[in-house]
Design a protein. Structure first.
Length: 334
């Protein structure tokens, strides 16, 4: 039976063509800077995202952490969303490994941070306080796309307040595809951008951190310190090149599928989805049902969802429109 795994877009498996590219990759020792395929991926990522340089990382968590470590030193602080990945879901890495203090603030409904509120939390230059150095945004956040106008304001705000600006752009290409713009129109506002290759783009492993030559040089040092210096990593980088060359525009299909799934499920009385929030490939649903029997029933039909009470469903390149129809029917049958 085909498995329809809606838990996350991290569950995608490399396609035959991607595996073929991995098989054929030219490799060398990347710690010596001699892996041609890693070098090609880093150049491609920098070109696509409009930065001077880029570095291939083991994961988005590592890529975000490298950004924090390059922007902040011991006793510095970053301002970040309460539910941001870089605060909530990365094991406190910045504090654990960098002695960097987070200043979390609640996100607005649309996934932005209110800049007036942010300004109240920038600490004065006084030895009682941590030094506020960095503002972190996330795009998409919970599947929501940050408005371009907001990014422009946030960038001016950061400059005026002598803050660096980092984007956790794990799904930044979903945002660009949704807005039908070149991703550079989003990334132009940021000093560093982290982007996952291993989610909707379909690579098995890896993220890229993009930024200036100087920032990426610092990040390269920290990546080695963190144990992220990989050797013949070209095998993995080849998957990333394939993803960036073939899987960007097809994200649109995931968005169409997510909307169709949300609309189909919304016909069920015990499910409520705010369609406004379904902007890319992620759906959050309120559901009045016992999750255990629901999950078991769906599993018997080959559909995998998370058991948590806040139902999150994610579409990706291993989910077809037929799978969406089948899934809606299965929910209805339950
Ligand atoms: C997935 C994700 C990351 C990084 O995830 P890894 O699993 O470490 O690659 C970072 N930020 C956001 C918003 C994410 O969704």
């Amino acid at each position: 039976m085909k498995q329809i795994d809606l838990r996350s877009d991290t569950v995608t498996r490399p396609s035959a063509a991607m595996r073929d590219a991995m098989m054929k990759a030219a490799v060398g020792d990347d710690v010596y800077g001699e892996d041609p395929t890693v070098n090609e991926l880093e150049a491609l990522a920098a070109k696509l995202l409009g930065t001077r340089d880029a570095i291939f990382c083991t994961s988005g968590t590592q890529s975000n952490l490298l950004a924090l470590l390059t922007h902040c030193e011991r006793g510095d602080e970053y301002i970040v969303g309460q539910r941001a990945h870089t605060y909530r879901y990365e094991g406190g890495g910045a504090a654990v490994l960098g002695s960097i203090q987070p200043q979390p603030l609640d996100f607005e409904e649309d996934g932005t941070l209110n800049l007036e509120t942010v300004s109240k939390f920038i600490k004065p230059d006084d030895f009682h306080f941590a030094r506020t150095k960095l503002l972190c945004l996330e795009n998409t956040h919970a599947g929501k796309v940050l408005p371009l106008e907001y990014l422009k304001k946030a960038s001016a705000f950061a400059r005026n307040n002598k803050l660096m600006l980092h984007l956790d752009g794990a799904r930044v290409f979903n945002a660009a595809v949704k807005l039908k713009i070149d991703v550079k129109e989003i990334t132009q506002y940021f000093d560093t951008i982290s982007c996952c290759l291993s989610k909707g783009l379909g690579a098995p492993v890896g993220s890229v951190l993009c930024g200036s030559k100087d920032q990426i040089k610092k990040a390269r040092r920290w990546r080695k310190v963190l144990g992220g210096g990989m050797r013949q990593a070209g095998i993995l980088a080849a998957a990333g090149i394939y993803a960036l060359s073939n899987n960007l525009l097809r994200l649109e299909t995931d968005h169409v599928n997510a909307l169709a799934l949300a609309e189909g499920l919304n016909e069920i009385d015990k499910i409520h989805i705010d369609i406004e929030t379904v902007q890319t490939n992620i759906i959050f649903a309120d559901i009045k049902a016992d999750m255990d029997p629901l999950c078991d029933f769906l599993a018997s039909k080959g559909i995998i969802i998370d058991k948590s009470n806040e139902l999150r469903l994610v579409t990706h390149l291993d989910i077809s429109s037929k799978d969406i129809d089948y899934t809606i029917q299965a929910f209805k049958a339950f």
